[in-house]
Design a protein around this ligand. Structure first.
Ligand code: F6R
Length: 608
């Protein structure tokens, strides 16, 4: 949520900032702005709307100085407008600030500053930071920013430049991500790695309440007491093309097409001689005796992966699993203790609700295992154990490939726990391992048959409401299918357990209502066929997704059937989700929606 960048060096600053911001636009696109120190002046250009509007506004204006900061916004305090756009200036206009996060005590700080004659022009919480830095500024920007952050409550990643400090700009963070990029004769800050990967692969990951002072040939990092901190350089190994569209119309389409590859990357290195080996995660048989309950905590799509995880872990490892939405978990004083394992799932590793849930779990003595995609992210750094999903950068706001890899990771955790606990017979173990290894091949087939999904989407993109129903693992999958559809196509959608629909929601089914039914669970087939009949009797049009072997049977009940290869029922969610992702994608494209940047959303949700 919100992307910030900063630069000091010799390159054409405004062009560079815009280039970096383009790679961060997935974090918010309500407004954009830059502040550049040029010709002894601090110049700010900002406006409501996407980066393209800012580029239009900048047209002809030369803002090429030696340092600058930039921002792309997902609005929290104050509507998207020119005046609420970042950067925000201090009273004198000498200090400019970009911010990602929420300053929770901004009202109190605003009151303090108003009493001292400061005037506010925006509705944002960020403006207090600009004024407060100025209030503390006595010629040393690092000292002023340090004094400021010591008064802030909430979350922030900040970039601050000051007209009186032409050789240096300052950055700081707490609970919102921020990295420092180390170049030659130039240095950077950014909310995320893709923004600066074109310029450098060496970075510092800032920790909470650290303050970085960037000069063109030097970066120093201090703690909140002003003591210099020695940082380790993190070298980014992945390639810049991984964060580009590479000829696909949308990132979302590209990312779905990457699913077979990223599943291979996530699964294959962890299967050795037919056994699952989870990197350095050492949950021993002895440790397992002390674990009487597992919590899976996450948000959105990652939480839906957790619901699949509940079914799989309970079935294979026979340990009770509770799945929680992170924003609820944290505030309900959860009953967790040192006999619990908490599995945190997050693509970005920066989702603030999930991060706080992790901290709450650790505070209460639980062991925390994180399934994370972004190496070095806050959740990865704070968890006791980390299992990375090797999905590569996910740029589209709607998560696709990350979900498939989250499932793969959870299956491997379930297998590992089950094996150590002795709750799985060797045949099921082997079959599941083989099934996992086979998912990339099955997905290649699903993707090569995508035209059938596109054709069906073209017939139904005008639907007002679409239901997803399923039983068991297919119910968990339905939740994700429904979320994908609504977030990018803006069609109302609900996911229901097949057997639950008739307890109320079936009242909404009328002639022509589209109902999508994943049907991959052999032992529930008969029950689902009955549920299809129930909705069809009320006029519904039914699309079923099932293994090739079931086609004939399912075709007797459903109007249209999308086949997936004959994967085992237990493994099926990893494969069957993709036709639903494709359906959401093609419906959104057909409706002319902005698939990669759906309205009101942003990736990496760093506000509560
Ligand atoms: C939906 C989506 C979100 C995220 C959620 C958690 O397509 O992407 O629901 O899954 O915001 O994000 P992470 O996984 O980064 O913690």
């Amino acid at each position: 949520m919100c992307g910030i960048v900063g630069y000091i060096g010799k390159k054409r600053t405004s062009k560079l900032l815009l280039n970096c911001l383009r790679k961060l636009e997935y974090r918010g696109y309500d407004s954009a702005g830059i502040a550049v120190f040029a010709g002894g002046e601090l110049k700010v250009v900002k406006c409501k709307g996407r980066l393209a509007s800012l580029e239009e506004k900048l047209c002809g204006e030369s803002l090429d100085g030696t340092m600058g900061i930039g921002h792309t916004r997902w609005a929290t305090h104050g509507e998207p407008s020119d005046v609420n756009s970042h950067p925000h200036l201090s009273r004198s206009g000498n200090i400019a600030v970009v911010h990602n996060g929420i300053i929770e005590n901004y009202m109190k700080l605003k009151e303090f500053l108003l009493q001292r004659g400061y005037e506010f022009v925006s509705d944002t919480d960020t403006e207090v930071v600009a004024h407060l830095v100025e209030y503390h500024y006595k010629g040393d920007l690092v000292q002023a920013v340090t004094a400021t952050i010591n008064e802030l409550e909430g979350s922030y990643a900040l970039g601050v430049i000051c007209k009186n400090n032409p050789e240096e700009f300052v950055a700081a963070r707490k609970d919102s991500p921020l990295i420092v990029g180390l170049g030659e004769g130039e240095n950077f800050i950014a909310s995320d790695i893709p923004a600066i990967l074109e310029y450098t692969r060496d970075i510092y990951i800032l920790e909470d309440k650290e303050v970085a002072a960037l000069r063109k040939d030097q970066v120093k990092v201090f703690d909140s007491h002003g003591i210099e901190v020695k940082k380790n350089i993190f070298h980014v190994s992945w390639d810049v093309t991984a964060a580009e569209k590479s000829g696909y119309e949308h990132f979302m389409l590209k990312e779905m097409h990457e699913e077979p590859k990223v599943l291979k990357d996530t699964i294959n290195p962890r299967i050795k001689d037919g056994l699952v080996e989870l990197d350095n995660i050492k949950i021993s048989t002895e440790d397992l005796k002390n674990i009487d309950k597992i919590f899976i905590v996450a948000c959105g799509t990652a939480c839906h992966a957790g619901v699949v995880g509940k079914y799989i872990i309970e079935r294979l490892a026979r340990i009770p699993v509770e799945v929680d939405v992170a924003s609820e978990f944290r505030y309900r004083d959860p009953l967790i203790n040192d006999r619990n394992l908490v599995i945190i799932i997050s693509q970005s590793g920066e989702t603030i609700d999930t991060l706080f849930a992790l901290r709450e779990s650790k505070k209460k003595g639980a062991r925390v295992l994180a399934v994370v995609n972004v190496v070095g992210s806050s959740i990865a750094r704070e968890a006791d154990d980390v299992l990375y999903t090797w999905a590569g950068p996910e740029i589209a706001v709607a998560s696709t490939k990350a979900y498939n890899t989250q499932l793969a990771a959870i299956y491997m955790i379930a297998l590992d726990l089950a094996y150590k606990k002795g709750s799985i017979d060797i045949e099921t173990y082997k079959k599941t391992v083989e099934g996992l290894k086979d998912t990339p091949r099955a997905l290649e087939k699903v993707l090569s048959d995508k035209d059938a999904v596109q054709k069906f989407a073209a017939q139904h993109y005008n639907a007002k409401s679409i239901f997803f129903i399923g039983r068991g693992l297919d119910y968990a999958l339905s939740m994700e299918g429904s979320l994908k559809l609504k977030e990018i196509s803006y069609i109302h959608s609900e996911a229901y357990a097949g057997g639950e629909l008739k307890h109320g929601t079936i009242a909404l089914i009328e002639k022509g209502t589209l109902v999508i039914c994943p049907m991959t669970q052999d032992y529930l087939m008969e029950k689902m066929l009955s549920n299809i009949k129930e909705v069809k009797a009320r006029g519904a049009v039914v699309l079923a997704i099932t293994q090739q072997k079931n086609i004939e049977e399912v075709e007797k009940a459903a109007d249209v059937v999308i086949p997936i290869p004959d994967v085992d029922s237990l493994i099926a969610p990893i494969v069957a989700v993709t036709p639903m992702q494709l359906f959401a994608y093609y419906v959104a494209v057909q409706k002319g929606c902005d698939v990669d940047k759906p309205r009101n959303l942003a990736k990496s949700v760093t506000v509560e």
